[in-house]
Design a protein around this ligand. Structure first.
Ligand code: ADP
Ligand code: MG
Length: 720
């Protein structure tokens, strides 16, 4: 058993503000300290107007310049190591919205170097498995989101088609030993790093799709990525099972500050409630002599029961946005961390007996019992009944059933096999009978009913078709309106660009030159946008390759939408990087082939040299020469060794490159899904506004018509 308090680390997010309100001291042997200096102007009416500095202790602090790699090495690797050894581990990030929790746990969505603790830990674990051939490792992964006290499976395949709220809820169950089980949460078996990464991205994409501007689930929900590990020595009786929870908590912001309203306020309260219960558990745990810990108050605390004061090695990362504006939140994050640091956990090695071994033992027991039975009854019994025995049984059952006497019995003796067989026979007879009954029902159905059904169905069908066509018509109308609007905007943009260019040239050139040039400008800008649009066309087709089919108009709009999207540049950068890396990988592959050929060639030469030397030795019948070191052979051997080293290092580089390429592909895939989602949201908004303005137009038109007909009425009356 390992007794350990929860380890606390702090990470400060890079900020653009130059004025530092904090200082970090990492020099201390026993840990690090973070001090906030409250500026005099702010101290008044702030946290405590008598104090100007607040100091907090941490295991270690990661200041603004800290790299993701350092965070992984110092925080996650030790936890991963203990999980490999068979202990449970948890890493959770706590901090206000925007302070870098997701960046730290999952990573940035833009660059490979920004990948966070989850992808790096997966990479590390699978690397360790491959290096340790003495053990058999099995890995399962689950990804849970808790939103408004409800659990959702982020790896649920139905996710793409539905809203979060429509998915089956993950439910917490407790067995008599108070172990927690999660119903409706899938555990996916993963054979390698690539599969595990795919699951992480699948979960994150599902999370993104479910999020709408009205439900900013990503800041209001908790996400728990869990690696379930099983380690077994081949042929050994015991297995070690351990769990690693990587938790991205909801933003710890207080509702009083966020000042939200309506539906959002309820949600904010919920986050607070959930984190409030977490805090209550932590307070209870940090106090001595508390017998009851209120784990059951919320889903999050039930789930993290082992991680908090239980069988787990737990680490907390406090993420801090340390600028003046966020001072209040930063100080309360640190206070929370100080309380967490008091909690003691007792991690035990999760070792248990292998069920396979148990089965083998039970089989042996059965064999010996059979032997005993044989000794007692003196009758050799097979597992199966003989044909003769079966026939006799069938006859007895028939007699038994045909006998009208209610007290009739079916004598079978103490033979378990015979009893079982009779039950099967009886079941078959009953099932056959009830099947016959069902068939009767089907046959008796009146034919008119079926015909009427068909007619009704057919008319339903036509009505459905008509409404489908109507809907399509409205959609096309909307499409045309949106496109016209876009076209106008584009035209204006082209004109603006032309005007801008015009201005620049007019500043640089004389008036006469300017007069000559300006007619040509619109042509220039037209030309360039043409070239661009074909480029975008190609790109759009690429994006849409695996997306839903769009109508022609919508696709046109999509192409323009991509060009104007904020992620456009990042996507292009990543695509170029991917191209570069793929080319590099190809080159390395070629290099690998060349080195392999060179090694083979050198080996051939070595072989030849050895044969020649042997032949030479026989001819000359020299015995001493065998002892001598042949310089040519020595040279060849050294050369082979060098090539082998080069080969190994190229393999290593290629492996790292492959991980990067896969990661980049996943980043691009996610960006694509985000683009599509944003486009569809934008499109439906546009369609709605087109419809609204059409309805308004109709109302105005009707009012005008009504007014004019009323006027006409008055006019005619007056005239007559
Ligand atoms: P949270 O999950 O706490 O709400 P995020 O992780 O989403 O916050 O971070 C908010 C923004 O700040 C993101 O755009 C993220 O990329 C950026 N960010 C956070 N931490 C860092 C960091 N250490 N380095 C660079 N960018 C960061
Ligand atoms: Mg986040």
């Amino acid at each position: 058993m390992i007794k350990q308090t929860i380890q606390i680390f702090g990470r400060i997010k890079p900020t653009r503000t130059t004025q530092a309100v904090y200082s970090v001291d990492n020099e201390d042997q026993t840990g690090a300290s973070l001090e906030f200096v409250v500026p005099k102007g702010l101290a008044d009416g702030f946290v405590n107007n008598k104090r100007e500095s607040y100091k907090f202790r941490f295991q270690k602090l990661f200041d603004q310049a800290a790299k993701q790699e350092d965070v992984f090495e110092k925080i996650a690797k030790p936890v991963a190591d203990s999980v490999l050894a068979g202990y449970n581990g948890t890493i959770f990030a706590y901090g206000q919205t925007g302070s870098g929790k997701t960046f730290t746990i999952t990573g940035g969505a833009e660059h490979y170097r920004d990948r966070g603790i989850i992808p790096r830990t997966l990479s590390y674990l699978f690397e360790c498995f491959s290096q340790d051939s003495s053990m058999i490792y099995t890995t399962h992964i689950s990804y849970l989101e808790i939103y408004n006290e409800m659990g959702y499976d982020l790896l649920d395949s139905r996710h793409e088609a539905s809203r979060l709220e429509d998915l089956p809820k993950v439910v917490i169950m407790e067995d008599p030993e108070q172990n927690i089980h999660l119903k409706n949460l899938t555990l996916q078996l993963t054979a390698n790093e690539e599969e595990a990464l795919n699951l992480l991205f699948l979960g994150d994409t599902n999370r993104m799709i479910a999020e709408t501007p009205m439900n900013q689930a990503s800041t209001r929900s908790h996400c728990v990525f869990t690696v379930h590990l099983c380690r077994r020595e081949p042929g050994s009786a015991t297995v070690r099972r351990s769990k690693l929870h990587l938790v991205d908590l909801a933003g710890s912001d207080r509702a009083s500050k966020t000042g939200l309203n309506g539906q959002l306020l309820t949600e904010a309260k919920y986050i607070n409630l959930s984190l409030h219960y977490l805090e209550q558990v932590i307070i209870a745990l940090s106090e001595k002599n508390r017998s009851h810990i209120p784990y059951r108050n919320s889903m999050l605390t039930s789930l993290l029961r082992d991680s908090l004061g239980g069988n787990c090695m737990t680490t907390m990362i406090a993420t801090i946005a340390a600028d003046k504006r966020n001072l209040h939140e930063s100080i309360s994050t640190c206070r929370f961390a100080q309380r967490v640091a008091l909690i003691k956990n007792e991690a035990i090695l999760n070792e248990e007996l292998d069920p396979a071994l148990l089965i083998a033992r039970l089989k042996r027991e059965i064999l010996s019992l059979k032997d005993e039975l044989l000794m007692v009854t003196g009758e050799q019994r097979d597992d199966q009944l003989t044909v003769d025995e079966i026939q006799k049984l069938e006859e007895s059952v028939k007699v038994f059933l045909d006998d009208p006497d209610p007290d009739v019995t079916l004598p079978l003796g103490a033979d378990h096999r015979k009893i079982q067989h009779c039950f099967s026979l009886l079941k078959k007879i009953i099932t056959d009978k009830s099947d016959g009954g069902n068939n009767l029902c089907d046959v008796r159905q009146p034919p008119e009913a079926t015909m009427r059904g068909e007619v009704i169905e057919a008319s339903d069908h036509t009505a459905a078709e008509v409404s489908r066509l109507k809907e399509m018509l409205t959609q096309r109308d909307n499409e045309i309106s949106i496109l016209v609007k876009m076209l106008k905007k584009e035209k204006k943009r082209a004109q603006d660009a032309a005007a801008q260019l015009d201005n620049i040239t007019s500043n640089q050139n004389s008036a006469s030159q300017n007069a000559l040039r300006s007619p040509a400008l619109p042509l220039m800008s037209d030309g360039s946008s043409d070239a661009e649009s074909t480029d975008h066309g190609r790109r759009a087709v690429q994006y849409m390759k695996r997306g839903p089919q769009l109508s022609m108009g919508k696709q046109e709009a999509f192409e323009t939408f991509i060009r104007d999207h904020q992620d456009h540049l990042t996507i292009e950068d990543n695509k170029n990087l991917l191209k570069q890396r793929s080319a590099e990988a190809r080159k390395l592959g070629e290099l690998l082939n060349e080195t392999r050929n060179s090694i083979n060639e050198l080996k051939r030469q070595l072989e030849k040299q050895r044969r020649q030397r042997a032949a030479h030795g026989v001819m000359e019948s020299h015995t001493e020469t065998e002892e001598e070191v042949d310089p040519v052979e020595e040279n060849l051997l050294q050369h082979i060794e060098r090539e082998k080293k080069a080969y190994k290092s190229t393999v290593g580089r290629l492996k790292a490159l492959r991980t990067e390429i896969e990661h980049l592909q996943l980043l691009l895939e996610r960006a694509k899904v985000k683009l599509q989602r944003d486009f569809h949201q934008w499109w439906s908004q546009e369609a709605l506004s087109v419809q609204l303005s059409a309805t308004c137009g109709l109302i105005v038109f009707n009012t005008v018509t009504l007014a004019s007909s009323a006027w006409n009425g008055v006019f005619t009356e007056t005239c007559s």
